[in-house]
Design a protein around this ligand. Structure first.
Ligand SMILES: Cc1cc2nc3c(=O)[nH]c(=O)nc-3n(C[C@H](O)[C@H](O)[C@H](O)COP(=O)(O)O)c2cc1C
Length: 327
């Protein structure tokens, strides 16, 4: 199965959103590949039975490529975690392992992990080498996801991406914001173009892809080899098709069916009580852009049972039906 088909368009890893049920929906509705949210390499070392990480590692359903994203700062932790994950029959079919070098969360940075790695080019190369050596034994490629740099004065994506390439990685994704931008301001796609020029391995562009036309725009500005979409896919797994084929109406029947499928798969995975709570953040995004949607966003927070949630969704569907929506 080719991991890097022509101009692939993937679902970006998003903590709390890139769950197996959502990844499965996104893949079925048009994402070329999906990636789990970040999973702690050290956490796996401390929990080799994978009890605590199992829910995050669950494979994406269907036959599209999917990756597991790990974060950490110690090459030994990554080697252990990759070895452990790839020795588990359920996770062994994973298409690639992605190393997180872009997370801006303070508790991740404090450990020297996530985007903090971009401060240390040599550590980046050591980590990639350790990951590639371990994953390579199972024929599994390693990729990495970085930011533009640390701050406007320290835009070092090219230098870090070169270290990643030298370490033996198969591809790099650039989220074109600096660490100190967090998720604010605009992504500076120019940095993606500079990384692409400097590297021989595929470079994926990420940041602010939101609407039809954006793929062509990013591609023409950067010559990138593929794309990842994050926030615009929350509550809108239909976006992959729209980005590729242009705006098209998502029927209310399909919209409702997808939300219920998402809910039911989450109930199946986590049990009803936890699933209903966790799905609230997804519904806060699904229930947008039609008459009285703010009211339904509030109402969907109330029920504790699956059937109560579905009743709110069905009521919302009546109002959405009345207002034509283009995705
Ligand atoms: C809620 C949330 C959680 C995220 N979690 C992760 C993560 O676990 N790993 C990662 O590499 N990036 C993570 N990101 C960053 C996204 O993958 C992506 O790089 C960023 O949102 C920019 O792309 P976008 O403009 O398409 O959203 C997260 C972003 C958001 C909004």
């Amino acid at each position: 199965m080719p991991i890097f088909e022509a101009l692939p368009l993937g679902l970006a890893p998003m903590a709390g959103f890139s769950t197996a049920p959502f990844r499965t929906l996104a893949a079925r509705l048009g994402a070329s590949f999906t990636i789990t949210e970040l999973v702690s390499a050290r956490g796996i070392r401390h929990d080799p039975g994978l009890k605590r990480s199992a829910r995050y590692l669950q494979p994406t359903g269907g036959d599209k490529p999917w990756g597991i994203q790990l974060f950490g700062q110690d090459p030994g932790d990554f080697a252990f975690a990759i070895d452990r994950v790839l020795s588990e029959p359920l996770y062994r079919p994973v298409s690639f392992i992605d190393i997180n070098m872009g997370c801006p969360a303070p508790k991740v940075l404090k450990e020297g992990a996530g985007c903090a790695l971009m401060r240390d080019r040599q550590q980046v190369e050591r980590i990639i080498r350790a990951a590639v050596r371990t994953a390579g034994r199972e024929g599994c490629p390693v990729t990495a996801k970085i930011r533009s740099g640390i701050s406007p004065d320290a835009v070092n994506a090219v230098e870090i991406a070169r270290a990643i390439e030298q370490g033996g990685a198969a591809a790099v994704t650039v989220h074109a914001r600096t660490l100190d931008q967090y998720y604010r301001g605009r992504a500076d796609w120019e940095v993606i173009g500079r990384v692409k020029q400097a590297l021989s391995i595929p470079v994926f562009g990420n940041g602010d892809i939101r609407q039809p036309g954006d793929l062509e725009k990013m591609r023409s500005e950067t010559a990138c080899d593929g794309f990842m979409v994050g926030r615009a896919a929350r509550g809108n797994p239909f976006i992959f098709r729209a980005l590729r084929q242009g705006p098209s109406e998502v029927s209310t029947d399909q919209w409702l069916a997808v939300m219920i499928e998402h809910l039911d798969a989450t109930v199946e995975a986590l049990g009803e009580t936890t699933a209903v709570k966790e799905m609230r953040s997804h519904f806060a995004f699904y229930l947008r852009g039609f008459e009285r949607s703010p009211q339904f966003r509030r109402q969907v927070m109330v029920p504790a049972r699956r059937d109560g949630v579905v009743a709110v969704l069905r009521e919302a569907a009546k109002f959405r039906q009345a207002s034509r929506l283009l995705y």
